[in-house]
Write a protein that binds this ligand. Structure first.
Ligand code: ADP
Length: 541
């Protein structure tokens, strides 16, 4: 510890004490810092202050004397040795090092004084040499106290005990200061560590509770569940308190879990698919990542559980869609190839030729519609589609869709119900046309017994609502929530198969979203369905 003497001793109290001692003993005394700074001084002699230290040559001698004493103390001072020295200006100094914890921190000076009556001849010659006023100089000399060696030894003995006391007090203070400093340093370190711990705990707590996967911390030996996050509560349907009373075996297959835990405790990261159980007894597929860690000497496991039902459903739907798309492509292709081969290999009449080419063209249209749906959907999903927005008049748009299907079926009657003073829409005419085309095509497709199909438009404040209403098979209530999902198709119980890919309504929804509008359906099984498309009107001048 690098303390200065002045930092560990009360200098004002010391100065008072030293002055009293000087008055009692008559022996001048001072304490100098290690770098020579005078900390305490009493009884300075006039001969020094008014003569020796004022004359350059005499001062030089004083300094040489001081330097000698300092050098001596520097070399041996820390061993506690003292020095008695006759200064070059003829006066006696005694210096005692003040050593604290092995370090020479200050020096106690006794002086100046004389052992015997001064050799007046010597001092007169000094006065002559330095050109001092002889009379005044000799007066100052006579004020220098004279002590016997015996008396100096006594006083020195007293001062040495005094220095010893100072040293002890200083050491104690030093130790106290060091202890306090170490204490406050370790307190600061502890505070910092606590803060860091708090921040990282907070971070993990946030991650823990904000994570959308369920996280379960459990004891791998007892299988006791110790902590769960909010996602686990939502996923399994147990409250946190209920979880605390559960064993892991109650929410998952014990055998597979035991295997996963075994691997985890051995330190291998595991990711396995399993079946887990909700509070209501239903099961669901999950994918789990396990890990283990040690907390206060106890090995614990953490499982991150992801519900993969949705992923599996999408995969299943994709597979179904792939086979549906293949089927949808294959059917028109087969017809087209069949008719083309027939025309190639046979002489046919003009009317028959027209009929065959008509079928080939219609099947080609079907193929085109399918690929258009796929491509449009992808484009809109990728965020494209607003580049060609402009005002779109509704009546001509609806008429063109009706015209497209006017010859499509003989058992359906298409009716247009739209006032001719509706404001224009703000949108992409081609996209809107494709959406209506899909809705009308569905209306025909899903009304196998025919019937009336209405295509209409009406104003709804800032929106225009376009609708297509059929008298077809309708949609079961439980399917209504998913009807606009990609690849979703209602499965018919009577085994009747209506071709399709589950892309048409997904495209209608994407078109509505691109137009900042919405799509919805009202339907009753056996009575028919009505699909609505709400699109903002044109607010541009
Ligand atoms: P696709 O018709 O190619 O199967 P869509 O996305 O157009 O695909 O329709 C999704 C599903 O919604 C259809 O499979 C069908 O079950 C149901 N659906 C669509 N429109 C109607 C409608 N007008 N009447 C009854 N069901 C419909």
């Amino acid at each position: 510890m690098n303390y200065r003497f002045s930092e560990i001793v009360d200098l004002i109290a010391l100065q008072t004490l030293m002055e009293n001692l000087w008055r009692a003993s008559g022996l001048p005394v001072g304490i100098l810092d290690i770098d020579g700074t005078v900390l305490v001084a009493t009884g300075w002699q006039k001969i020094c202050t008014d003569f020796h230290r004022r004359h350059p040559e005499a001062l030089q001698r004083c300094r040489e004397s001081d330097a000698f004493i300092f050098r001596y103390l520097e070399e041996g001072g820390s061993q506690g040795g003292r020095i008695e020295y006759l200064c070059k200006n003829g006066l006696v100094d005694v210096a005692v090092p003040i050593v604290i914890e092995g370090r020479h921190l200050a020096t106690l000076f006794l002086g100046q004084f004389l052992y015997n009556s001064p050799d007046e001849g010597f001092f007169r010659s000094l006065a002559g040499h330095y050109s001092f006023d002889d009379q005044l100089y000799m007066e100052a000399l006579r004020q220098v106290p004279i002590f016997s060696r015996e008396r100096v030894r006594e006083i020195l003995g007293f001062y040495e005990s005094f220095v010893h006391l100072l040293t002890r007090l200083g050491t104690e203070k030093l130790q106290r200061l060091e202890t306090e400093k170490a204490l406050s340093e370790s307190e600061a370190r502890l505070r910092l560590q606590n803060e860091q711990l708090r921040v990282s705990e907070e971070k993990y707590r946030l991650l823990f509770s904000a994570e959308s996967d369920a996280i379960i911390i459990f004891d791998p030996e007892t299988l006791e569940i110790l902590e769960v996050n909010e996602a686990a509560v939502l996923m399994y349907g147990y409250s946190k308190e209920e979880f605390a009373r559960l064993g892991l075996g109650e929410i998952c297959e014990a055998e597979a879990t035991a295997f996963a835990i075994g691997e985890t405790v051995e330190g291998k990261p595991v990711r396995i698919p399993l079946t887990h159980y909700r509070r209501d007894g239903t099961d669901f597929p999950v994918e789990i990542s396990h890990g283990s860690f040690e907390l206060r000497g106890r090995r614990l496991c953490v499982g991150m559980i992801r519900d993969i039902s949705e992923r599996q459903r999408t995969m299943r739907m994709k597979d179904e869609m792939l086979s549906a798309v293949s089927h949808e492509i294959r059917t028109p292709l087969t017809a087209m190839i069949g008719f083309a081969e027939f025309l190639r290999d046979n002489e046919v009449e003009r009317s028959q030729l027209r009929e065959c080419l008509g079928i080939i063209a219609r099947e080609g249209e079907r193929l085109k519609e399918l690929t258009d749906n796929l491509l449009d959907l992808q484009r809109l999903r990728a965020g494209f589609g607003t580049e060609n927005f402009q005002p779109v008049d509704v009546l001509p748009l609806l008429k063109s869709v009706v015209l497209l299907f006017s010859k499509a079926s003989e058992i359906h009657q298409l009716r247009l119900d739209c006032p001719n003073d509706l404001p224009p829409l703000w949108g992409d005419e081609r996209q809107l046309y494709r959406a209506l085309q899909n809705l009308l095509s569905n209306a025909i497709k899903y009304s196998p017994s025919g019937g009336s199909i209405q295509i209409g438009g009406r104003g709804d404040g800032d929106f225009l609502t376009l609708w297509i209403k059929d008298e077809g098979i309708g949609i079961p209530g439980e399917a209504l929530g998913q009807i606009f999902d990609q690849f979703f198709r209602v499965s018919f119980q009577d085994g009747q198969r209506v071709g399709g890919t589950g892309l048409g309504l997904a495209l209608v929804k994407a078109v509505a979203q691109t137009h900042r509008g919405r799509v919805w359906v009202e339907s009753t099984v056996g009575e028919g369905s009505c699909f609505f498309l709400g699109i903002p009107v044109c607010s541009k001048p």
